[in-house]
Design a protein around this ligand. Structure first.
Ligand code: MIG
Length: 718
C-alpha cells in the first residue's frame, strides 16, 4: 500500500497498480502511513474487503443512484452499471456506479473507492452493525476524506473530483420527451399543442425512431424530411430538438460509422481479437472502445453530423452497455430448448429453461467476453465495466468541445460513474409510473449531488406504465426544482404530455410549468453557485440541522440555500406531515383562495396541499427569488425580480447570472447582485450591490417579519 496526502483532509491509499480512471483531479505527496484509517482490510487472491464497525446511531449517506433510503444503512448495493428497467426495491444495481459515501456518527468521514470493476457495499445488511465493501480486483485507489462537518466532507470530496458540468441555461426549462414521437409531423403537433395550451417548453426529444434503422448519427429522411429546416423551424418557435445516441453501432457495410470503426480498429474485441458482437436495437452491433482515446476522439467527432443541422443537445443511452443478447447466450438457450424437447420439464429444468431466455440480457459472461485496448494492453471489459458510459459521455463532451469550444451543449447520459459529472448530467433511467418512484426519485437527488452529479432529473410522470393526472401533477411538483425537468414515457403507455389530461388537471399543470419558469432565476443561481464552488444543490436536512429528527428525515430536501421542500407523494393525499427543524415561512404559490403564507414554529405540522396549491418553505433569514414566466427560457424577461423573504432579523442573498450559453463563466465572467436586508425598528433596510451587468432593473420585495407581517418594497437597480 502506498499513501499520499492530497490535502489536509484527504488521504489516498493505493493498492497494487490501479488504472487511472481520471475520476480524480488532484494529486498529492507521498506520505508514510501503515494502516488504513477506520477500516479493517482483508486481501484474498482476487479481491479485497474492507470492514467498518458502525455505531448504533451512524448514518451512511451517498452511493448516488441507488435504491432504498437516503440513509443507505440496511441494504446491499452493487456498483455494476446495469440496464434494469424494473426498479423494484430488491434491485442492487441501477445504471450508475457511484462509490462514494459518508459515515455520519461518532466518527464522520467519507470514502471514495476509485475502482472501475464490481464493488459490493453491504451496509449493515448481513450484520446490522457491519459495513463491508468488497472489490472484485486487487488494484484500487481509496480516498478517505475528512471535514469539520458533513457538508465540508462532501465539499472536500467534490474538490477531489473536480467541477460539475454546466448545461446551457435553456436546459433548465421544461422538456418534453416520449419513446417515440415517430415523425416530424408528430413533433410539430406536440410543439403546436404547447403553444395552443399556452404551456412553456424548451425542448422536444427524439428517441431512437428518428434514426435510419437505429444507426447512430443518421436521420430517417422519410419520417423526418428536410431535417435541417425542421431543426431551424423548431428553433424559431423556441424549441430545441434533442436526439438520442446509443452506444452500439449497427453492423452494416456501407454505413460510415461501422466502416470506419472496422477500418481503424475502434471497436471492442473478443478473445480472438475480432470485433465483439452483441445485439441491441439495430440487431447485431459492435461497441466502440470508449476507453481507447483515439476511438473516443473519433466517436466524439461524429456528433458533428447532428450539430451541423443545428442540434444543440444529446442524451446518451444504452451505455452500460446494455446487451440484449449475444450469440453465446442465444446458442445456449436454443440448445437448452432443444434438449428439453420431449422431456418432462420439472420444477428445476423448467426454471432453468426459462432463465436461459429471461437471463439473455446483460449477462456477466458476455461482459467477461470482450476487451478494451488500454495503452496497448488488452483489458477485459468486466474489469472496467463501470467506465463505459462515463467514457462514452466524455467522448461526446470532448467531441462537442472540438466542434464549438466556447459553446455549452446539453448532454446527459444513462450509465455513469464518478468523474463523469465533469462531462454531462444523468437521468435516472427507466422508472415506472408508480407513486413509490416519486419518493425514490426524491431520495436519489441529494445522494447524486454528493457524488458530483448536479444536472439530474427523473422521467417525470414515470417511464413505464400509465400515469394518472394526479400522479403527474405530484411528480411535477417535485421536478419543479430538479435541474433537469423532463417528462418522458415509454412506448405503449398512455400519452403523458401535460395537455393530455382532463381540463382541470391541464390547468394545474400549466400553472406548474409557468411556476417552473418563474423559479429559474433561483434554480439557475443556486445551480451555478453549487457547480462553481463544488457544493450540493439538494441536501438532506441533516446537512444543515443536527437535531435528532432532522437527521432521520427522508422525504424532505433543502434546495439551495433558502428553501426546504416537502412534496406530496401519496395518492389522494391532500396534505402531509412536515418536520420543521426551525421556524420557517410556509409559502403557497397559487392562492386565489385561502392563505398565502404562514410562519410555523419548529416541530411537526400537517400541511395542506391540494393539487392546485404547491408550496415551499423559506428558511429563516433567507431570501427566495422569482422572475416572470415566459414561452421559454430565452424569452424570460429578467428585468423584474420578485424576492420573497422571511426576515425576522437580517439576511442576504448572492444572486448569480451569466450569459447562459458560453463557457465564459469558467473565466469568472458573470453578473451578480448582492442583496442585504435588515429588519430595523422603522422597517427594512435593503441594500443591493451590483457587479457585472445583470439584466435586473427592479426588485419587488415581499418580506415577512417574525410577527408574520408582510411588507412590500420596490427597489430600482441602477
Ligand atoms: O431499452 O430508446 O432509458 O429512456 O426511451 C429501451 C428507447 C431503450 C431506454 C431509455 C429510454 C428510451 C428507450 N431506451
Amino acid at each position: 500500500m502506498k499513501t499520499y496526502r492530497i490535502r489536509d483532509e484527504i488521504v489516498q491509499y493505493r493498492f497494487g497498480e490501479p488504472l487511472n480512471t481520471h475520476s480524480v483531479v488532484l494529486d498529492g505527496k507521498a506520505i508514510e502511513k501503515r494502516e488504513l484509517d477506520y477500516f479493517q482490510f482483508k486481501a484474498a487472491d482476487s479481491n479485497f474487503q474492507l470492514q467498518y464497525k458502525m455505531d448504533k446511531e451512524d448514518i451512511v449517506w451517498g452511493l448516488g443512484e441507488n435504491q432504498r433510503g437516503m440513509n443507505k444503512r440496511g441494504g446491499i448495493y452493487v456498483s455494476y452499471c446495469m440496464d434494469d428497467p424494473h426498479h423494484t426495491p430488491d434491485k442492487k444495481s441501477l445504471y450508475g456506479a457511484h462509490n462514494f459515501f459518508v459515515v455520519d456518527g461518532t466518527e464522520s468521514f467519507g470514502i471514495y473507492i476509485d475502482f472501475p470493476g464490481r464493488v459490493t457495499f453491504d451496509v449493515g445488511f448481513s450484520h446490522k452493525d457491519v459495513l463491508s465493501i468488497e472489490l472484485v480486483g486487487k488494484d484500487a485507489d481509496l480516498y478517505i476524506i475528512k471535514g469539520v462537518n458533513l457538508a465540508q466532507i462532501v465539499r472536500n470530496f467534490l474538490m477531489l473530483i473536480g467541477k460539475s458540468y454546466v448545461p446551457p441555461k435553456w436546459a433548465f426549462g421544461y422538456q418534453q420527451s416520449r419513446w417515440s414521437y415517430p415523425d416530424r409531423k408528430t413533433v410539430e403537433e406536440i410543439a403546436e399543442s404547447f403553444e395552443s395550451y399556452d404551456m412553456p417548453c424548451d425542448a422536444i426529444y427524439l428517441d431512437i425512431d428518428y434514426m435510419e434503422s437505429y444507426k447512430n448519427f443518421t436521420i430517417d429522411k422519410e419520417k423526418f424530411p428536410n431535417f435541417q429546416q425542421f431543426v431551424e423551424n423548431m428553433k424559431e418557435r423556441g424549441l430545441r430538438l434533442i436526439p438520442i445516441i446509443d452506444a452500439g453501432v449497427k453492423i452494416d457495410e456501407g454505413y460510415k460509422v461501422y466502416d470506419e470503426g472496422i477500418e481503424k480498429g475502434y471497436f471492442c474485441t473478443d478473445q480472438n481479437g475480432k470485433p465483439f458482437v452483441g445485439a441491441v436495437w439495430p440487431g447485431r452491433v459492435h461497441f466502440p472502445d470508449f476507453l481507447n482515446p483515439e476511438a473516443r476522439k473519433w466517436f466524439g467527432e461524429k456528433y458533428r453530423e447532428l450539430t451541423d443541422y443545428g442540434i444543440e443537445g444529446f442524451w446518451n443511452d444504452m451505455n452500460e452497455p446494455a446487451i440484449f443478447y449475444t450469440k453465446r447466450g442465444l446458442d445456449h438457450a436454443i440448445q437448452q430448448a432443444k434438449d428439453s424437447e420431449n422431456t418432462n420439464l420439472d420444477i428445476h429444468s423448467f426454471f432453468s429453461l426459462q432463465e436461459a431466455f429471461i437471463g439473455l440480457s446483460n449477462h456477466l459472461k458476455d461482459y467477461q467476453s470482450f476487451y478494451h485496448d488500454i495503452e496497448g494492453k488488452k483489458v477485459n471489459h468486466n474489469q472496467v465495466h463501470n467506465l463505459y458510459g462515463y467514457y462514452m459521455t466524455k467522448a461526446a463532451a470532448e467531441g462537442l468541445e472540438e466542434i464549438n469550444p466556447n459553446k455549452r451543449f446539453l448532454l446527459f447520459s444513462r450509465a455513469s460513474s464518478i468523474g463523469m459529472h465533469r462531462y454531462g448530467g444523468i437521468w435516472t433511467g427507466d422508472n415506472h409510473s408508480w407513486w413509490e418512484h416519486i419518493l425514490l426519485n426524491l431520495k436519489m437527488l441529494p445522494s447524486l449531488n454528493m457524488c458530483g452529479f448536479l444536472y439530474i432529473g427523473a422521467d417525470t410522470g414515470g417511464f413505464s406504465g400509465d400515469t394518472n393526472a394526479q400522479m403527474l401533477i405530484r411528480w411535477m411538483q417535485l421536478s419543479l426544482f430538479t435541474p433537469l425537468f423532463r417528462n418522458h414515457s415509454a412506448m405503449g403507455t398512455r400519452q403523458q404530455e401535460p395537455f393530455a389530461f382532463d381540463e382541470e388537471s391541464v390547468d394545474i399543470m400549466r400553472g406548474l410549468l409557468q411556476l417552473r419558469y418563474k423559479c429559474i432565476p433561483y434554480i439557475y443561481s443556486e445551480y451555478m453557485k453549487a457547480a462553481l464552488k463544488g457544493d450540493m444543490y439538494f441536501a438532506p436536512l441533516a446537512f444543515a440541522y443536527s437535531d435528532k429528527i432532522s437527521r432521520r428525515i427522508e422525504d424532505q430536501l433543502l434546495v439551495g440555500e433558502s428553501l426546504m421542500i416537502a412534496p406530496i407523494y401519496e395518492e389522494n393525499a391532500v396534505g402531509r406531515t412536515v418536520w420543521l427543524p426551525e421556524e420557517m415561512l410556509l409559502w403557497y404559490f397559487e392562492s386565489d383562495e385561502g392563505e398565502k403564507y404562514r410562519i410555523l414554529p419548529q416541530g411537526f405540522h400537517y400541511i395542506e396541499g391540494n393539487l392546485d396549491r404547491p408550496y415551499i418553505f423559506i428558511r429563516k433569514n433567507k431570501l427566495f427569488l422569482m422572475g416572470n414566466s415566459g414561452k421559454n427560457v430565452e424569452e424570460l424577461n429578467a428585468e423584474i425580480l420578485h424576492i420573497i423573504g422571511f426576515i425576522p432579523e437580517q439576511g442576504s442573498y448572492f444572486y448569480y447570472d451569466d450569459d447562459g450559453m458560453s463557457k465564459d463563466y469558467l473565466k469568472g465572467i458573470h453578473d451578480e447582485l448582492n442583496i442585504i436586508i435588515e429588519n430595523k425598528k422603522d422597517g427594512y433596510s435593503i441594500q443591493v450591490e451590483k457587479n457585472g451587468n445583470p439584466e435586473v432593473k427592479e426588485i419587488q420585495f415581499e418580506i415577512v417579519n417574525g410577527w408574520g407581517t408582510l411588507e412590500k418594497k420596490t427597489v430600482q437597480i441602477f
